[in-house]
Design a protein around this ligand. Structure first.
Ligand code: C5P
Length: 231
């Protein structure tokens, strides 16, 4: 079955709230959900496996970053959950990414490994003065995307603004998954580089990650379906 191009960031504080939210989608097709630190550290792997078995597509956003052997063993454990997408930090280097990909291939899994390039919280001063990386954020993002692709990642997480240059620099099948999506005329909250769903797709995004515009809506299902229609 074709996966939905809209991934709902399930940034909720408890299993109960996550269940209540998902219950609203009863009758509709099960959405593609992103589970990050907040929920994963509360619900644990058992809940993730259960959701997968119930038919949800799952993006586990754990942003792995450690020595290659440790990351490889971690991915190996996560493979048992049957998840669809998993994040890893490109900053961990090619050997680490390759080690993660190796174990995915060995298991003949369809898990898509997505590299995080520069976090959207990193600004130019931090990049140059704290991290010691020369050049612009845009250059560093493309650099990391190329490194990630060469090492075996299936795609990257990037802002919709960066999607176009990443798609241009990488192969056609390399995925651009973009958070920072906001509906026209709504609050951008703490996101800095936002784009509407339609524009993000136009810029080359393959999947959109949408959190609060859906989770905090009075009618989340209507907003979710509205976004699907827009793209
Ligand atoms: O609520 P909102 O739509 O801003 O949620 C976006 C989601 O994407 C959050 O889970 C956030 O952690 C994640 N994310 C992001 N920017 C990145 C990487 C991940 O907003 N660079």
């Amino acid at each position: 079955m074709e996966k939905s191009p809209v991934i709902i960031a399930l940034d909720l504080p408890s299993q109960q709230e996550a269940e209540n939210f998902l219950d609203r989608f009863q009758g509709a097709e099960k959405p593609f959900i992103k589970i990050g630190y907040q929920l994963f550290y509360r619900v644990g792997p058992t809940w993730v496996r259960e959701k997968k078995e119930q038919g949800y597509s799952i993006f586990l956003d754990l942003k792995l970053h450690d020595i290659p052997n440790t990351v490889q063993k971690g991915v190996s454990s996560l493979l048992e959950l049957g998840i669809d997408f998993l994040t890893i930090h490109a900053a961990g280097g090619s050997e680490m990414i390759r080690a993660a990909r190796e174990v995915i291939d060995q298991a003949q899994s369809n898990l898509q490994l997505l590299a995080v390039t520069q976090l959207t919280s990193t600004d130019q001063t931090m990049l140059n003065n704290e991290l010691g990386i020369p050049g612009t954020i845009a250059e560093s993002v493309v650099n990391y995307a190329l490194l990630a692709e060469k090492a075996g990642a299936h795609g990257v997480i990037c802002s919709a603004q960066e999607a176009k240059s990443i798609k241009k620099s990488t192969s056609g099948s390399f995925l651009a998954v973009t958070p920072g999506i906001r509906l026209a005329g709504t609050d951008v909250q703490d996101q800095k580089r936002v784009m509407t769903p339609a524009l993000a797709i136009e810029n080359g995004a393959d999947y959109l990650v949408v959190g609060r515009p859906i989770t905090q809506a009075a009618d989340p299902v209507a907003v979710y379906q509205g976004i699907l229609e827009q793209i």
